[in-house]
Structure formats: structure tokens, C-alpha cells
Design a protein around this ligand. Sequence first.
Ligand code: MG
Length: 301
Amino acid sequence: MNKVKIVEVGPRDGLQNEKTILPLETKFEFIKKLSETGLQTIEITSFVKASAIPQMSDASELFTKVKSELLNTISYPCLVPNLKGYEAALALGVKEIALFSATSDAFTAKNINSTVDESFVKMKEVADLAKKDGIKVRGYISTAFGCPYEGDEPVEKLVSVTKRFFDLGVYEVSVGDTIGVATPKQVRNFLKVLSSEFDMSKIAMHFHDTRGMAMSNTLVSLENGIRTFDSSAGGLGGCPYAKGATGNVATEDVWYLCHSMGMETGINLDKLIEAGQYILEKLGKNPGSKFHKAYINTGRI
Ligand code: MG
């Protein structure tokens, strides 16, 4: 199968760690530009406490504006940390949510003040309601390949947490290399194990390019049956609970790799570059994507 699905996470995962708080209009314009690229899934915000992630404090207003003004053929999932966030999202008409945990207790303690077990108790409450309400649920696993506090994470933990997410009823699990420590060899080994346990069409990979391995890891994932990738236009991102974590893998880079292999993403490159350029200029940042830079400089692929 030569179709690849890209889940754009720039407006949420990309912006959540940016110190410059952008006005709602700028975020909306970014989402609008992304919506014109052909992307079918764009995670736009997070219903967290404003004190925890100030950049996401306009979640309600932003979602409402997106819902009323942009294409309803595109999925605009929102991250939901708890029941309160779920209720707020549901009331606004959110159709898809993302729940999150990690393989590491030390990480979930910092991130959501829970152990992994406790996080699943809370998420089950939300997932049960979502099932009843007809809301699609996606699951995120942080620290799958390594944790800033615990170090290496064995694949057995990833298998166990993935299984728990599917037991909650999620339609897809996104496996996150939160601090960008995964290597191609490790990804290959982990995916071999995952493929013996799960339907790989329901597994997405979420790479960070902190150590420059994101493209190699994406290639290994493609070769091992993965067809869904999370990425962030312009390579925005980081993690507020993982010191030194850099941006998500850039959507432009994933596009280029897929294109070079004859795989179809359904994304218009010029529109994607325009969206990335727009948000980078608003943040006063250079692109995290070498391909983005090269395309701007040379005007060609
Ligand atoms: Mg991320």
C-alpha cells in the first residue's frame, strides 16, 4: 500500500511549548492554511488547564471558530487530559479526542501527576463516555523508546500500554519518541514485536528529531508496515515535561521522504510550505526542516 496518512500536530503539539503566546487569529490562520494543504487530520488544541499550558488557554474559542468557519470534512481532534476537559470539548461539538499516557511512571508523574495505572483509570472514564457519545478516540503513548527520568524503556512496556489503549476502545495508538532518543535499530526491533501483537494499520509513529534520527526512524517504520505518522509543519514543538526535547519531525520532511519513495500523502507541497512559513514567521523561528529550507532557497524539490 503506497498511501501514507499524516496527522498534523503543529497547532497543538507544535505550539504548546512555544513561549510566545500567539493570538487566536494567528492560530486560526495557521489551521486554515493547513486545512488547504490536503491534510485530513489536524490536531488543533488541548483542553488543559490554562495555568498548565498557557498557549492552549483559548481552546474553546479556537475550536468554535474552526468548527464554524473551516471544512467539516477534515477531522480536528483535540487533546483531552481528564473528564473536565472531555466535557468542555463535548459541549463544543468536538468529534474526535486524543487521550495520553506513557510507558514511564516517572514521566506521567511529572506530566499528569499520576502513575501509568492511575492514568488508565482516569482515561477509562473518558473513553467509556466517548463511546456512548459517539466520539472517536486516539491514544498517545509518550516515552515509548526512552524516558528523560527512567532512561531506556523496554518494548514490553510499550506492548502493555498499547494493549491497554486498544482495550479502552481507541481506533489508533500513536507511539511517541518524546525525547527523540529512538534509533533505527531500536525502532525496527520494537515494530517487529508490535506487529506480532497488533494490527499495524492502527499504529502511528510520533517522532522527534532531537538527535537527527527522525527521518531514519520514519524510513524504518515505512519498511515495517507503518502508514500513519504524526508531524508538525515547520518542525515546531518540544515537550514542556521533557527538558531539551526539540521539535516534532517536520511535516515537510515526512512529505519529502514519502514523495521520494513514490508514496502518496495527498498533501500539496506549496500549500504546506506556505503554512509552515506562516507560523515560523509569526514565531520568529527558523524552520526545523532542512527540506523546508532547501525548497525555500532553491524553489525546487
Ligand atoms: Mg510531540
